[in-house]
Ligand binder design. Structure first.
Ligand code: PMP
Length: 404
């Protein structure tokens, strides 16, 4: 029976198995069958080449399979893979990565807790805030996306996404992003969780002083400020971390996506004083088996080193300008965003969907945003060259023109 199944498997295509045996997240997956990736390029099973203009959703910031990352990962595989649950053994990939990360962060963000994903970093941070402050109220923002687990979903800002899964965490208040109603943050608030630049509503920048005011109000009320930089960190917006644009420092910083250099990794980072509270009452207040996996930390460390050595962050602004200059068309109503984190706004969801599909047919992988289906996502690897930016833009304009 088993053998028969295997035999049958050989007769059906990967595409058929994908739709039959893998859980789907929507009716409309991109369903590209990618067999190889290199730099800014993806290669499909039929030999077609694509520009990857979304970086696996802000993951491949230094491109796919950078040789230095591959070399470091191969070496680590020769030494060891999983050894023990997080926090027990001294493992050099974790130690060295925590060291490099904290060297590039403000002094109070000196203590790194490695986890597996962005959502898990959010969960850890919410627990840490409750544990440290002894308070339970949490404030999030409309249109925020922080992940799909129960806690992360609870502090997200899209009611439609949340409604089918209630009851969620109690004590959550959702405010308008860029809101002036910060008096809602009170002595009862454990923490405020916010993206310093909002992603999934089609990239919304903070208004001047919004983050500063938030910091001030949190300080006044003894509330911890959590910045979710899971999508905005590692040069994506033209600074190593997006909080550098406004000079506002959070109490807890959340990282994921590009953190692992193409491997699954998340982190919440805070001060030693705060983090220490997770070790007592109860002991082992947050634990994870695979968090900070040595191969993932090796990949993340090598990737950050490449980002720094190749001065990629400094080149982001120039590449952003090139995208803006080359993407002018009457159908593009607006280009929002910062650095290589851009949203092209179109008249309607329908038009955007058509343009996205045509771009993919022409060899440029773009996408839309969770809460802004009329906006096209452009977030290429930061390693994209200026010539590649120009070629990709020409293909996007060609796709738009084909529909007019
Ligand atoms: N926060 C932000 C800002 C994100 O963009 C995402 C993922 N899109 C997450 C949290 C959740 O990360 P993960 O999918 O790794 O759980």
């Amino acid at each position: 029976m088993f053998g028969q199944t295997l035999y049958f498997c050989r007769m059906i295509t990967q595409r058929q198995i994908f739709f039959e045996n893998l859980a789907q997240t929507s009716d409309l997956p991109m369903a590209l069958e990618i067999v190889k990736a290199n730099g800014v390029y993806l290669y499909d099973a039929s030999g077609r080449i694509y520009f990857d203009l979304i970086s696996g959703i802000s993951v491949s910031n230094i491109g796919h399979r950078h040789p230095k990352v591959i070399e470091a990962v191969k070496k680590q595989l020769d030494d060891y893979m999983h050894l023990m649950v997080y926090g027990e053994y001294i493992q050099s990939p974790q130690v060295n990565f925590a060291r490099l990360l904290t060297e590039h962060l403000p002094a109070k963000l000196s203590n790194v807790y490695f986890v597996n994903s962005g959502s898990e970093a959010v969960e850890g941070a919410l627990k840490l805030a409750k544990r440290f402050t002894g308070k339970t109220e949490i404030i999030g923002f409309k249109n925020a996306y922080h992940g799909s687990t129960h806690g992360a979903l609870s502090v997200g800002g899209n009611e439609e996404l949340k409604n089918s899964f209630r009851p969620l965490l109690p004590g959550i208040k959702i405010l308008e992003y860029n809101s002036s109603e910060l008096s809602q943050i009170t002595g009862h608030t454990a923490c405020v969780i916010v993206e310093p630049i909002q992603g999934e509503a089609g990239i919304i920048l903070p208004e001047k002083n919004f983050l500063r005011e938030l910091r001030k109000r949190c300080d006044e009320t003894g509330t911890l400020l959590i910045f979710d930089e899971i999508q905005t960190a590692f040069g994506r917006t033209g600074k190593l971390f997006a909080f550098e644009h406004d000079g506002v420092i959070p109490d807890i910083l959340l990282l994921g996506k590009a953190l692992g250099g193409g491997m699954p990794l998340g982190a919440f980072i805070s001060s030693k004083e705060l983090m220490q509270t997770l070790t007592e009452k109860p002991v082992l207040g947050h634990i994870t088996t695979f968090g900070g996996h040595p191969v993932c930390c090796t990949s993340g460390l090598a990737s950050l080193q490449v980002l720094l050595d190749e001065n990629l962050v400094e080149q982001v602004e120039r590449k952003e300008e090139l995208f803006r200059k080359n993407l002018q068309h009457p159908f593009i109503k607006n280009i929002r965003g910062k650095g290589l984190f851009l949203a092209l706004e179109f008249e309607s969801e329908e038009l955007n969907r058509k343009i996205v599909s045509t771009c993919i047919e022409k060899g440029v992988v773009v996408d839309w945003f969770l809460f802004a289906p009329n906006c096209m996502r452009i977030a290429p690897p930061l390693t994209i060259t200026e010539t590649q930016v120009e070629t990709a833009c020409k293909l996007i304009l060609k796709s738009i023109n084909q529909l007019t």
